[in-house]
Design a protein around this ligand. Sequence first.
Ligand code: NAP
Length: 351
Amino acid sequence: MNTINTDKPVLVTGATGYVAGRLIERLLKEGITVHAAVRNPDNKEKTKYLDALAEQLSGKINYFKADLLTEGSYDDAMNGCELVFHTASPFILNVKDPQKDLVDPAKKGTRNVLESANRTESVKRVVVTSSCAAIYGDSIDTLDMPNQELTEETWNTTSSLEHQPYSYSKTEAEKEAWKIAKEQDRWTLVTINPSFVLGPGINPHGTSESYAIVKQMGKGDFKMGAPDMSIGCVDVRDLAEAHYQAGIRPEAKGRYIISGENASFQKLAIYVKNKFPAYPISKGKIPKWLIWLIAPTVGMTRKMVSKNVGYPWKANNSKGVQELGMKYRPLEETITEFFAQLVEAGEIKKR
Ligand code: NAP
């Protein structure tokens, strides 16, 4: 088993993203030099949050320009690294062209990063940020799973370019990662498969879809009730810890479901309403027939509603607890701190 020398630089792709921000903070706390691969290192609006962390913490950041769709783009950034975190991948739910906007950057991007790892002799471990979306497509799928719960053994077989294209992009990308990893034996691959990520990011103006749901709650989209949808949630800071542990523990192996609480949109709404009573949020549920009816007006397809509303969602997170030492913050703390951050930043109107 290979031990990682943390005196060597560590690469993080998609460094200006939501998940990457907290991961880089974790690495900087360890005094690590981070090679931050970003699309545009001159965009100070995006890099300023990372720069502020580097000023306070003992590690340092060097930026590299890289794009998922440009072959060889990550070679310079990976030079001299033993550990690579590949977080970059578009997380967008409403896209015009799913092949071009989601699957190409996810799958070709993963291939591109891992081919750089094949060319870079120093690399020993690659951690890819996959998703629970690579494990299941719709909540109804869980009914056919053993104990009706998600485990690392299961793969998403129901998503496609036409239905749940984001989940399809994550599934294709993770499969590509395992295929490339198995063709060599110098570096080991570990994948992190998080459920829905919430909690304050280093950038209060982030553009990840994680921000969208909280902002929707703030502006009143849940005033008639929440859709009866179950989801798993994980705090972005716990997810950063999971990545870090998966990177440095030599024995870490395979896929890890990283999910703190089996929850629901209603549960999120209740937590927020209890702490922020002035906001137009109902603690109730909207009936399935009503969501089915209005689905196209809220960016959902009717197929998504029929296969996700009203079904249970349960993930088994025990592998990460046992092998990565995961401990999870309570969801109530995660969602209310996130809401408060977005109010403070003006992303949600103050009331
Ligand atoms: P995010 O903030 O949108 O981060 C995505 C990152 O990917 C951004 O830094 C973005 O760069 C980069 N990226 C997109 N297209 C790129 C391209 N063509 N070339 C280079 N970089 C590109 O979203 P996130 O929530 O942090 O997602 C990070 C990872 O976590 C993704 O792999 C996502 O699938 C996974 N994940 C997220 C969740 C969640 O609930 N948030 C759950 C499970 C898994 P720019 O900063 O330049 O836009």
